[in-house]
Design a protein around this ligand. Sequence first.
Ligand code: MG
Length: 407
Amino acid sequence: MKEQVPMGAERSPVARVEALVVSVPAEGNAFAEGSEETLLVRVTDEAGNYGIGESVCTPEVIKAMIDQETIHFWSQGITDIVVGTDPLEARATYDRVYHGSFYHGRRGTLIQALSAVDIALHDLAGKQLGVPVYKLLGGARTERIRPYATLYPGDIYDGPIEPILTETRRQAEIAVDQGLRAVKVPVLFGAENDPGGVPDKTIVGFIEKCRELLDEITPDLVLAADFGYRWWDWQAAAWTLKRLEDYDVYFAEAPLRHDDLDGHARLAAVSPVRVGGAEFAAGRWEVREWLERGGVSLIQPGISRAGGFTELMRIAEMCEMYGAQLMPHSFATGITDVANFHLQAASLTVPMVEFRSSRLGPSRLRTELVSPPEPEIVDGYARLPTGAGLGIELNEDLVAAHTRLGY
Ligand code: MG
């Protein structure tokens, strides 16, 4: 009993769910990112229309999760639950999958898999109705979408700082040329050999020089810093963050170990720089722990692994109650990028979304998997997507040529 209401001529229930491991050769500075592989989900209705989503996780693990057959009431297969449903009821479907997968899910991988399915259901529902996804989410609170560029100078972090600064400047100039007006710099140098805890002004000097070089490129560039889980003790992080006060650092991402929520709370209480985290969190329950116990005012769960539109909208609304910002992680293909645009449009608490430019991280998955491949950005802002659903088209030839594992 999945469908009781007549759906109209243009609409029909889900007939098929496919989990596709799409893999292309690596290019450039591949690093912990979805530039080589992604788990693509395609949800097709009875009329042959389809929606797409992706999961930014280990693709083969996610595929196994989606393809799993139903064993019993608490261990149902995602596909078994989703086939036959109305795509417009994606939120109810999300909850059915969550509750039907307690044996193998609840958090982590199940929600990462469900993220792709939920995005695809929203894309399909939008296409069936001929409306953009942000309208399905309640409508646009803003028409000014603000992506920020994550820079990544490459695997040169064990060497001296000067080459890192040179490459940071080069990439920042590319980002500005692309229209972006906000950048995030990784602060990863020497971390592997740093025992941590001992006061070290190297990081402070690096950020000072980053601010200087950005100001030379164009005034008022937004600067954020990603510390890549650098410190295990919050006081060492606090010593550094307090010395960054003069450099207009918007936020400090991942200063502490991901699961050290008490440390985050202590750090956030004394840091003059906004402390962010939760980029690997999955689901609203985990994110609530970050807001309650972790005490941060910026959370960064990604739409392609923290629960798709359904859960990210719940998280965005929860942020309003905590006075916190949601700035979703994105290091993937154009599917995640445009999904974030719809999310920002429909939310009050999303000031920027992460954006990994293909000009900074070349990848066929970024430039060819969907069209248009990248948004036009002018003076820091992109426009609302206007097409039905996500507003992008899948490159079926690329998928057919680069899909592994049984399809
Ligand atoms: Mg990150």
